[in-house]
Unconditional design. Structure first.
Length: 138
């Protein structure tokens, strides 16, 4: 728990499925108690309430204050369970997939590391795939 998992670890998908099922279980409880109303789709009015893909979750429901309160309760409960399991919370700002989250996106200094990384990758690409004449022009 303290060290986390590295990308590519074979346990990561299993652990993610366990955690994602926990979130879905909380939503299932709220749905059974009729505290959340999902979004009705199609001719048969199939109720959609959550879409989970990789490490993202999207809640679908009626635009009502009751639904907002229910989602808030679900997310708070999920956070409490995560704390109980000794998972640490990130403080804002933090990096997600190399992109800073929780800072002003209009600040140019924010993008400097990302631009430098792109420039380094382009420099390698230019050296590898362009002729000497092409490199001189660029």
């Amino acid at each position: 728990m303290q060290r986390g998992l590295e990308q590519g670890n074979p346990l990561a998908p299993l652990l993610f499925n366990i955690v994602a099922e926990g979130l879905k279980g909380l939503l299932r409880e709220v749905l059974e108690k009729k505290l959340f109303k999902g979004f009705l789709v199609g001719r048969n009015n199939v109720e959609i309430s959550i879409l989970q893909y990789v490490d993202d979750a999207i809640f679908f429901g009626e635009a009502s204050m009751e639904n907002v309160k229910a989602i808030k309760v679900i997310l708070r409960s999920f956070k409490l369970v995560s704390s109980y399991l000794n998972c640490k919370s990130l403080s804002i700002p933090f990096l997600y997939l190399g992109i800073p989250i929780g800072t002003n996106p209009r600040c140019s200094e924010l993008w400097d590391p990302i631009l430098k990384k792109c420039e380094r990758k382009l420099a390698k690409w230019k050296q590898k795939y362009l002729s000497f004449g092409g490199r001189v022009i660029l």
